[in-house]
Design a protein around this ligand. Structure first.
Ligand SMILES: Nc1ncnc2c1ncn2[C@@H]1O[C@H](COP(=O)(O)OP(=O)(O)O)[C@@H](O)[C@H]1O
Ligand SMILES: [Mg+2]
Length: 235
């Protein structure tokens, strides 16, 4: 049974439909990537999964059951979104930002400590910068903090929206490697990306175009697919 099964999902803004029937299946433990050009509907998909935007049709099954309820309930169920644009709290320290990420598990002090240790082992830089104001971090460090904050709430399914946006190739590589490590530690990952480099580490790739999934395959096959490359990456 897949961890996440999306069928014929529809959503939009006001009366403007954006998702026209999205079908995706994500296996537990896998590292999946959702690729597509600007405006394809990738962020809309993640926001609908996180409960920040209502579905207007279709179905989302999570662990075999229909997923409904507000964003906070979905976080408690293990669905955690790292939004596009990072959105760290600039005036708070790195440590304070991470603590806010642990809100849903705050009563379990041992869990909070364990999650903080995990975040620091994946992103040693965040341990070094614990007392620094988040707004003074570099773009790459802020992205690490945004992902680290997501990890603080013990995700089972981590949704990451365009982590590589605006990062240098070297930092992009570091962030992708960190996400791979997170996945290897047992967290199912669904990454939204425009950077095809991420396909090398993806078990499954979904290509999205104008609110629909137009191709599904393994990461390596999608990377080698000339038609997909030409259509989506201009190469
Ligand atoms: N808050 C919004 N209000 C109205 N339209 C929006 C809003 N956010 C996104 N859209 C529109 O929805 C479409 C898909 O956007 P989005 O999901 O952000 O695409 P992607 O993440 O793939 O770049 C675009 O046409 C965009 O203009
Ligand atoms: Mg987007």
């Amino acid at each position: 049974m897949p961890l996440l099964e999306v069928s014929n999902l529809r959503a939009g803004y006001g009366s403007v439909p954006v998702l026209h029937g999205v079908d995706m299946s994500v296996e537990e433990g896998s590292n999946a990537v959702l690729l597509g050009l600007n405006g394809a509907g990738k962020s809309t998909t993640l926001m609908t999964l996180a409960g920040l935007l209502p579905a207007t049709g279709g179905e989302i099954l999570y662990r075999g059951r229909p997923l409904t309820g507000p964003p906070s309930a979905r976080v408690r169920a293990g669905i955690v979104l790292v939004p596009e644009g990072r959105h760290v709290f600039p005036a708070l320290t790195v440590r304070q930002n991470l603590r806010l990420g642990a809100w849903t598990v705050r009563r379990d002090a041992r869990r909070v400590r364990q999650n903080l240790n995990d975040v620091h082992s994946i992103f040693p830089r965040l341990a070094e910068r614990a007392d620094q104001q988040a707004g003074t971090l570099s773009g790459g460090e802020q992205q690490m903090l945004a992902i680290g904050r997501g990890l603080m709430s013990s995700p089972r399914l981590l949704l990451i929206d365009e982590a590589s946006l605006g990062l240098s190739p070297k930092l992009t590589e570091q962030v992708f490697a960190a996400v791979q490590l997170i996945n290897q530690r047992g967290v199912t990952v669904l990454m939204v990306e425009q950077n095809a480099g991420v396909l090398a580490q993806a078990d499954t790739a979904f290509v999205m175009q104008q609110g629909r999934i137009t191709a599904t395959g393994s990461g390596s096959r999608t990377l080698e697919d000339e038609a997909v490359r030409a259509a989506y990456f201009g190469s």
